[in-house]
Design a protein around this ligand. Structure first.
Ligand code: PEP
Ligand code: CO
Length: 459
């Protein structure tokens, strides 16, 4: 890696990184973090990269989901459990109905910092700095709370560590055992069409397991039936923190950002000559790049070459997010450019960030129909270009929130206020997320770029 250092990003312009009023306190917090244990291990990042290489080859599907912004107040074991359950349910829908192994990647255990569209917010004539995520400042609309406070970094690290600890326990401690599929249901999903479909799926799985058991194959003997790999990810936005979490892997001498298995570069910080790209080009983690309407094909090619100069499979995931009615205008050009250059990428679809609207009531929401349409349009586009729509990136929660309108529960604009808890963008609730998983499994079944012959078992 030429001319790259763990801190070389500091020589480049950066957007969306706050000025801390107390530099000394920031230094002290970062020094502490440098001495803390890594949250993930380099070998895990390599394992995830190999799973993503399978996605590039059309042999697996990537499901990436979780909060827009994790928060200190929503930190609770039940919330972690419910997000985990929902991701397992969605994965099962995709694995079973579409015969595809699913790479499970949470927006969790470190997804705190947010780029905001305006640096300040005005309420009742008072102007204050915008909320930037719980690891930077507080959401309360007071001058004190909106000041960036480095102590929050330590609290966020600790929350991420315990979140990941519980996820690891769930993944390997028996909770994810296929025999327990009926316990993954979220209590509040009642009498919905998705629940009915999911229950039918559970029954079919129970039959298959009984058959396999009779043949002597069961979860007592086969680890794959009772454990899952559940990886973590967040936007690599707050570079001082990411730098402090970056360590040399003693087995290879490579640099890994040990704050998560996978990090992505946001749509607002993907400047070719900016600090975020500079930082990400030096770390070995798999990297995502958000691609919104302003990205040009040649810019994307340069970004890919800079971050993945050896064209390693599984290293890069391109996450398109255009808005449902913009897909056909922007996506085919990018697909053709990537194809022409022969670049290995996972094509993932974020149907959330291009479909956010602000209502007169002040609520930010996403109509579920727009989300479904973006997914359908993206699948259609890949189908006609002959490329593989390999992933979904969504903001969701296992909680019964009312943040996105529509779906089988028919949430209306006026329902939003009843359970609107997000600290940033509106998330799909469990019903809506399951409905989306079923839609994708239907799309996959229709799509000729998915070849069952390619599929190998999930690990
Ligand atoms: C996000 O994923 O929360 C986000 C801010 O997305 P984007 O960079 O695509 O706007
Ligand atoms: Co968001």
């Amino acid at each position: 890696m030429k001319n790259w250092k763990i801190n070389s990003w500091r020589k480049y312009p950066v957007k969306h990184i706050p000025e801390y009023p107390d530099k000394k306190k920031l230094e002290e917090a970062l020094n502490k973090i440098k001495s803390f244990p890594p949250l993930v291990f380099a070998g895990e990042n390599r394992h995830l990269k190999s799973q993503l290489a399978d996605v590039v080859d059309g042999k697996a599907f990537l499901l990436q989901g979780g909060d827009c912004a994790e928060s200190f107040v929503e930190f609770h074991p039940d919330n972690i459990r419910d997000t985990f359950k929902l991701m397992l349910q969605m994965s099962l829908v995709l694995t079973y109905s579409a015969s595809l192994p699913v790479v499970k990647l949470g927006r969790i255990a470190g997804q705190f910092s947010k780029p905001r569209s305006t640096p300040t917010e005005i309420k009742d004539g008072v102007e204050l700095p915008s909320y930037l995520g719980d690891n930077i400042n507080g959401i309360e609309f007071t001058k004190k709370s909106r000041l960036p406070d480095p102590i929050r970094l330590l609290k966020a690290y600790s929350q991420s560590a315990s979140t990941l600890n519980l996820i690891r326990a769930f993944s390997h401690g028996g909770f994810a055992d296929l025999k327990k599929v009926h316990t993954w249901n979220l209590g509040f999903i009642k009498n919905s069409p998705e629940l009915k479909r999911f229950k039918e799926l559970e029954d079919r799985i129970a039959d298959s397991l009984a058959f396999m058991d009779a043949c002597g194959i069961n979860s007592d003997f086969n680890r794959r039936l009772k454990t899952v790999n559940f990886w973590t990810s967040h936007e690599a936005l707050l570079l001082p923190f990411e730098e402090a979490m970056t360590r040399v892997d003693s087995t290879t001498g490579e640099y890994h950002d040990t704050s998560a298995h996978f990090v992505w570069i946001g749509d607002r910080t993907r400047q070719l000559d900016g600090g975020h790209v500079e930082f990400c080009r030096g770390i070995e983690n798999p990297i995502g790049i958000k691609c919104g309407p302003t990205i040009k094909a040649d810019e994307l090619i340069n970004l890919c070459n800079k971050i993945n100069p050896t064209n390693q499979k599984g290293k890069l995931t391109l996450i398109s997010r255009f808005g449902f009615d913009n897909v056909s205008k922007y996506l085919p050009k990018l697909i053709r450019a990537i194809k022409k250059e022969g670049l290995n990428v996972v094509w993932s679809c974020d149907p959330c960030h291009g479909n956010t609207i602000k209502l007169a009531s002040g609520y930010k929401t996403r109509p579920f129909n727009s989300i479904l349409k973006e997914v359908k349009n993206v699948f259609e586009c890949h189908q006609s270009e002959g490329t593989y729509a390999g992933g979904l990136h969504i903001e969701l929660t296992g909680q019964n929130v009312t943040e996105c309108t529509g779906g089988a529960q028919k949430i209306t604009d006026s329902d939003l206020s009843s359970r609107y808890h997000t600290h940033c963008d509106p998330r799909l609730n469990a019903n809506q997320a399951l409905e989306l998983a079923f839609l994708i499994s239907d799309e996959i079944k229709k799509n000729s770029t998915y070849s069952k012959n390619n599929i190998r078992a999930a690990s």
